[in-house]
Design a protein around this ligand. Structure first.
Ligand code: SF4
Ligand code: ZN
Length: 738
């Protein structure tokens, strides 16, 4: 631990206690000692003092005892070269500061009763933006969310960001994770609260952004709130400080973000919060307190960039340990989702062109399967050598009273992020183009393929307990079994795809969003319409609709498409508004039916990527399974690397295989008849549908006009073929415009 932090925090503790003692004396000179004191409409007195010390402060006189207690907690000053004052004195200084803060705020209620607004929401017009202590009505309504898990906890944001946009970005990211954001303190007179108002963010208890007050002392309302929750819902007795602090550490997922320079008083408050197990993350270069002990991980982390603030905060507070009941040898949780397994770390891979890997979820009869049964047929990791690639089939059967076949694709699509949650394992793709990379560290820890089954069983129950009662997982690693599963799966995928076959975008008023991929591609928002299936191929409009039914606050939200802004390119007002908000301002519009003009965003999961071929006046598309060169000069992997991060890249677009033969496919750019090249493997896979669609478009032999790698892999090589066949793209309007 740094001497500097200790010095600052202890100094801060002294400053605060002395200042509040002065204010208290002044109050005693102004009011009678029996004057009533307290926060409005609460049965918890001054809740931090009451919960930790068991003292009920009801009058001015009653403040004396806790204030003396605070003074008594102050440790000796840090002297000379003794650079290791241990954590204890530091925590005491912090605690003293917090007790004093609570008294200071109670004095404010006495001296300036209208300073805080007694309401759930602010009154911006009247300039009343500080809400102060939540009364018991607000507390009961909101506090229960911390206990039942609706809100995992809160971020206490103190100070101000460099600009309103940054404040907005950070806060909205927390909102997205369902955390409450408690705002307090100012940095040179500027507050996050005012920045948010400037950025037109709606604040108040109803949006989970609570502006407590403009001074650091108002941060005490956050701790008071947490402690009241522990008393009201956690059964912790007032005065049982040990239980109180442990309850908070274990149950309330909270932390502090210090934005701006950390002065001695902030340092004292930060030290105080460590008592609760709430760490502080700062955007400035303050000395860190990294060793762990009281908080789950580090106590004070400095120099966190604004981009990383949210991720780092949830990591340091230990969100990654929230799923403790999954019995596998590797760490597990959302924190590992974005992690890659690089070449040097690779032990083995399944799929990804090295072997076949397929995943399928099917509904089963209740009597047919055993819950928690995980069976592996074939070799496991222990039976193979480093560098050996094996096929893999993941077959999950689920049964439940509320289960429906419509839910199968939704459950199946979870496999992607759930496997990614395992530390050291990477999952790419879906369906029969799954690709799993196992890292050596995971294998060294004892990871086996069966652990995939353990994870899927546990998480399906956790996340979808409402619809299923039994989960059985069978893993295949013999080629014959995997091929058998793949064949069955393909028939199943086809059936699922065809459920939207007869629907048109015009038939519905509501589309669905999918933001499942934002952990990898933060600005990526798929909008799924009947004629624009998700680019991963795993979600169509029906699937998203079912997913919304199962999980109304999940990643698939209904979007009222609203006014049509461009029927040719496929652009709607309602969609634009949604996308703008869901991409946090990064993308404010896109077109469903064009790859040339502001196409939809693309993430790394896409089954295919289309690219413009100007010389041929057409487009090509390449699917993940084809590893060779393509006429656009880039292989699939290069294309995915360039544009898979959630950008909208004119001239390119990610799409599903099924989408190629949907009626609106790049309609705004000339439609399917623009297609001049595809790899043979893809062409064959969708042959039937290509022939049918060609006929409907009045070009019966269209299938034979599409070049593939046997014709050529450059535009120059394929152009003569297209000319000879009389490919319709050659006589269309110029694809790059005049
Ligand atoms: Fe959802 Fe799109 Fe990702 Fe598929 S690619 S899971 S539709 S966000
Ligand atoms: Zn994706």
């Amino acid at each position: 631990m740094s001497r500097l932090v200790a010095f600052a925090a202890i100094q801060g503790g002294y400053n605060i206690v002395s200042k509040v003692e002065g204010e208290y004396q002044k109050a005693l000179q102004t009011y009678n000692a029996d004057t009533s004191i307290g926060f409005p409409n609460t049965a918890y007195y001054l809740p931090v003092i009451y919960s930790l010390l068991g003292m009920k402060v009801e009058t001015l006189e009653d403040m004396k005892k806790p204030l003396e207690f605070a003074r008594g907690l102050l440790p000796p000053h840090v002297k000379g070269q003794n650079h290791l004052p241990y954590l204890g004195p530091l925590l005491d200084a912090g605690m003293a500061a917090l007790f004093a803060f609570e008294i200071q705020e109670a004095l404010r209620y006495l001296n300036d009763p209208d300073f805080y607004l007694h309401s759930e929401d602010i009154d911006e017009e009247a300039g009343r933006i500080w809400l102060g202590a939540a009364d018991d009505t607000v507390f009961r309504k909101r506090g229960v969310e911390f206990v039942d898990g609706t809100a995992p906890g809160f971020a206490a944001v103190v100070g101000s960001a460099p600009d309103p946009e940054t404040a907005k970005m950070i806060v909205e990211e927390y909102q997205r994770r369902s955390l409450y954001i408690f705002c307090a303190a100012n940095q040179n007179g500027t507050t996050v609260t005012e920045q948010l108002l400037e950025a037109e963010v709606q604040i108040g208890w109803s949006t989970r952004i609570v502006p407590f007050g403009p001074d650091i002392s108002s941060a005490i309302f956050a701790l008071g709130f947490a402690n009241r929750a522990a008393m009201a819902f956690g059964g912790v007795e007032p005065g049982d400080y040990k239980k109180m602090l442990i309850y908070n550490k274990d149950r309330i997922f909270a932390f502090v973000n210090a934005l701006g320079d950390v002065n001695a008083e902030w340092a004292a408050a930060a030290a105080g919060c460590v008592n609760w197990g709430f760490p502080t993350l700062a955007d400035t270069d303050i000395p860190e307190i990294l060793p762990t002990g009281i908080c789950t991980y580090e106590h004070v982390v400095a120099n966190v960039s604004h981009d990383e603030m949210v991720q780092k905060s949830v990591e340091v507070r230990g969100l990654k340990t929230t799923v403790a009941s999954i019995d596998i040898p590797c760490a597990f949780g959302p924190a590992y989702e974005g992690e890659r397994v690089r070449g040097a770390d690779l032990f083995s891979q399944m799929g990804g062109g090295k072997s076949q890997a397929t995943e399928l979820v099917e509904m089963a009869d209740m009597k047919e399967i055993d819950d928690a049964k995980v069976e592996l047929i074939g070799k496991d990791i222990g039976d193979i050598k480093e560098g050996e690639n094996i096929p893999l089939g993941i077959y999950v059967q689920v049964a439940g009273r509320e289960m429906q076949p419509d839910f199968e694709p939704i459950l199946e699509r979870q496999i992607h992020h759930l496997i990614n949650y395992i530390q050291g394992i990477m999952h790419i793709g879906q369906r029969d183009i799954t690709w799993i990379r196992l890292g050596k560290p995971a294998v060294e820890k004892g990871f086996t393929l069966k652990d995939i089954g353990v994870v899927l069983h546990a998480k399906f129950h956790q996340d979808f307990g409402a619809i299923l009662d039994k989960v059985q997982v069978t893993l295949y690693t013999n080629k014959k079994d995997v091929d058998g599963l793949t064949k069955r799966a393909k028939a199943e995928y086809k059936q699922r795809d065809e459920r939207v076959e007869t629907m048109a975008d015009e038939d519905v008023e509501t589309y669905y969003s999918c933001t499942l991929c934002q952990s990898f591609a933060p600005t990526h928002v798929c909008t799924v319409s009947p004629e624009r299936t998700g680019l991963c191929g795993a979600y169509n409009w029906m699937d998203c609709k079912a997913s919304f039914e199962i999980n109304p606050t999940g990643p698939n939200q209904p979007i009222e498409k609203g006014e049509c802004l461009d029927p040719e390119l496929g652009q709607w007002k309602g969609v634009n508004e949604f996308v703008s908000q869901a991409s946090r301002g990064a993308i404010d519009h896109y077109n469903f039916y064009s790859m040339i003009n502001d196409p939809m965003t693309t993430c790394g999961c896409c089954e295919c990527i289309a690219a413009t071929l100007p010389t041929c006046n057409g487009v090509m598309t390449v699917s993940r399974e084809y590893a060779g060169e393509t006429p656009c000069g880039m292989k699939f992997t290069t294309l995915a690397g360039v544009m898979g991060g959630g950008a909208s890249s004119p001239g390119f677009v990610g799409h599903s295989k099924f989408n190629i033969t949907q009626k609106k496919f790049i309609k705004g750019d000339g439609g399917l008849l623009r297609m001049v090249w595809m790899p043979l493997i893809l062409k064959e896979e969708i042959k039937e549908r290509l022939i049918k669609e060609g006929k409907e478009l009045g070009v019966p032999d269209f299938y034979d006009m599409i070049a593939d790698e046997t014709v050529g892999i450059t535009e120059e090589e394929i152009l003569p073929f297209l000319q000879e066949k009389g490919h319709p793209a050659l006589s269309m309007d110029s694809i790059i415009g005049e």
